[in-house]
Write a protein that binds this ligand. Structure first.
Ligand code: SAM
Length: 183
């Protein structure tokens, strides 16, 4: 059922959604693997789609932690809002505007499924800067992509960038892990 809703979203706006089906559980596990759930108090998720990472994060999160998610697609947001977990806040706005909604809040982790490759250059740069700004010192940004095209740009912004690969996703994907300098 989720898959059909996701495909409908893709057909309405393929550039924004970026993938015809949701990520696999293998990719979801690789995405949440870098998160130290014992310590994380604020996790921000960008482009959650129908929540294939969201549910896993909530399962692992501390009782006093917060998960703040930014999804631009209102149909996906209506589905995400059905989850009544009090630790979850769903924002139906572009991730480019997240700083306005987060105010002074800094994130320990930002986990993102936004397709960087279909964003125009200006938006990609603005988004990456916005992500860096909302991370606390030593915070980690985790992003999946279907190519290594963003590697150079990420290296120019973050103090440490590494990546892993999973074959078990359609299409196979790279998971970047980018660390912000401690302040
Ligand atoms: C490739 S899908 C990933 C969905 C899900 N995380 C997954 O892995 O299956 C990309 C998602 O990013 C959302 N998106 C694209 N641009 C966005 C933006 N500027 N702000 C917030 N969400 C955005 C799309 O609506 C879509 O849900």
């Amino acid at each position: 059922m989720d898959k059909i809703k996701f495909i409908k979203g893709f057909l309405k706006n393929w550039k924004e959604v970026g993938s015809i089906i949701p990520s696999s559980r293998f990719l979801a596990n690789k995405m949440i693997d870098p998160i130290d759930f014992k310590k994380a108090k604020v996790i921000v998720e960008l482009g959650p789609g129908l929540g294939c990472f969201t549910g896993k994060i909530l399962e692992m999160m501390r009782e006093d932690a917060k998960l703040l998610i930014f999804e631009i697609n209102s149909d996906f947001c209506n589905e995400l809002k059905k989850n009544k977990d009090s630790r979850l806040a769903v924002f139906n706005v572009s991730a480019l505007d997240m700083a306005y909604h987060l105010k002074e809040i800094k994130a320990d982790y930002v986990i993102s499924g936004i397709p960087l490759s279909t964003l125009v250059d200006d938006s990609r740069g603005l988004l990456l800067k916005a992500i860096k700004n909302i991370l606390s010192g030593g915070g980690v940004y985790i992003q999946f992509q279907y190519s290594l095209g963003a590697y150079k740009k990420l290296k120019s912004l973050f103090s440490k960038v590494s990546f892993k690969f999973t074959l078990f996703n359609a299409p196979p994907a790279f998971v970047y892990q980018c660390v912000k300098n401690s302040e």
